[in-house]
Design a protein around this ligand. Structure first.
Ligand code: OAD
Length: 243
């Protein structure tokens, strides 16, 4: 496995244009739960009751309680060697884009800048009335839920993408533009089951680019990967850093 890790590192550093696609698994070693798998959030919670526009219109307080609980876990989490390693790749590869499905802000905390958050950010709110967007790394008090807009008193919602909602156009165009020139993609810690994110490695492969993967489990990306490492993201990146 060590040789394969080094091969991925060397290949990536020799390529001019690379996408890194991350999912919840990259933050698992930081203590943030994933969605699927045995301890995943969707094992204990019903997505249709918590992560859809309908759920929010039905019961905004319930939806907010769930997001606020997740904020309370995420706010204590710190980036792990995978987040820092991905930032290092950004510094070393001339043309680089990190596409994360995570809303936990840990890539930004680790310093990542060339990044798009495909599913939004849990610490951002958006006013359902005036559209005002605010980033605040905090946990709301119980009595503040559901929070209201300071400007217009409208109901605030988490600025995340819910099931049934489109990915923002500016984010999609940036990914599309980059996918057209990328020579490789490194896919880390995603089950690759949620679209459109799950298409990206297939687009790169179809264009003749290299596909690398880091995941303890097999995913749909494994079958098209040039190299797939069965390991935990934090441990794999720690190994690279220690060389
Ligand atoms: P999932 O929970 O579906 O998948 C997490 C992946 O991380 C699995 O493939 C695990 O095998 C892997 N994994 C677990 N521990 C790991 C570790 N230490 N290192 C590396 N990988 C590890 O999470 P996502 O693929 O991110 O969307 O899910 C995609 C989307 O589905 C999320 O963004 C969210 C969810 O519903 C929305 O909320 C819109």
């Amino acid at each position: 496995m060590k040789e394969e890790i080094l091969k991925i590192r060397d290949e990536l550093l020799n390529l001019s244009s690379v996408i890194v696609l991350t999912g919840a698994g990259v933050s698992k070693e930081s203590g943030v739960p994933t969605f699927r798998g045995k301890d995943g959030l969707w094992k204990n919670f019903d997505a249709t009751q918590l992560a859809t526009p309908d759920a929010f219109s039905r019961d905004p307080k319930l939806v907010w309680e769930w997001y606020n609980w997740r904020r309370s876990i995420i706010i204590k989490a710190k980036p792990n060697p995978a987040h820092f390693g991905i930032k290092k790749l950004e510094d070393l590869i001339p043309d680089f884009l990190l596409v994360t499905q995570n809303v936990d802000d840990l890539h930004r905390t680790a310093g990542s800048k060339k990044m798009v958050e495909m599913h939004g950010n849990i610490f951002r709110t958006r006013c359902t009335q005036c559209g005002d967007i605010k980033f605040e790394k905090k946990v709301f008090k119980e009595e503040e839920l559901p929070p209201k807009c300071e400007k217009c008193e409208g109901l605030l919602r988490p600025d995340v993408v819910w099931f049934g909602e489109p990915i923002p156009m500016d984010v999609l165009s940036k990914i599309q533009e980059f996918s057209e020139k990328a020579n490789a993609i490194l896919v880390v810690g995603t089950s690759a089951l949620v679209y459109p994110a799950a298409y990206i490695p297939f687009i790169i492969k179809q264009r003749g680019g290299k596909v690398f993967e880091i995941n303890p489990d097999i995913t749909p990306v494994t079958q098209i990967a040039d190299i797939s490492i069965r390991g935990k993201a934090g441990e794999v990146f720690k190994f690279i850093q220690n060389l």
